[in-house]
Design a protein around this ligand. Structure first.
Ligand SMILES: [Zn+2]
Length: 76
């Protein structure tokens, strides 16, 4: 069995090097930040006067969870 020169894993058909953990973690964090910002922007779009101030955390956390969830689904 040949080994991959990059990751030393078994080089079978359709081999893809596992991405480094640090990059995966960084991507998840970046995704979470983007999701949080998107949640805030969405909240601002639906609530331009800022009446639902107690929704801020909910919007941010919801955005983070959804963004990371989508990222995980797309990567799996
Ligand atoms: Zn490899």
């Amino acid at each position: 069995m040949a080994t991959c020169p990059h990751c030393k894993g078994h080089l079978n058909e359709g081999h893809r090097c596992p991405r480094r953990r640090i990059y995966v973690v960084a991507e998840i964090i970046a995704c979470g930040i983007a999701g949080g910002l998107a949640g805030l922007l969405l909240l601002a779009a639906f609530d331009p006067r800022g009446q639902a101030t107690d929704m801020d955390a909910t919007a941010i956390i919801g955005g983070i969870v959804i963004a990371i969830g989508i990222n995980r689904i797309l990567r799996s």
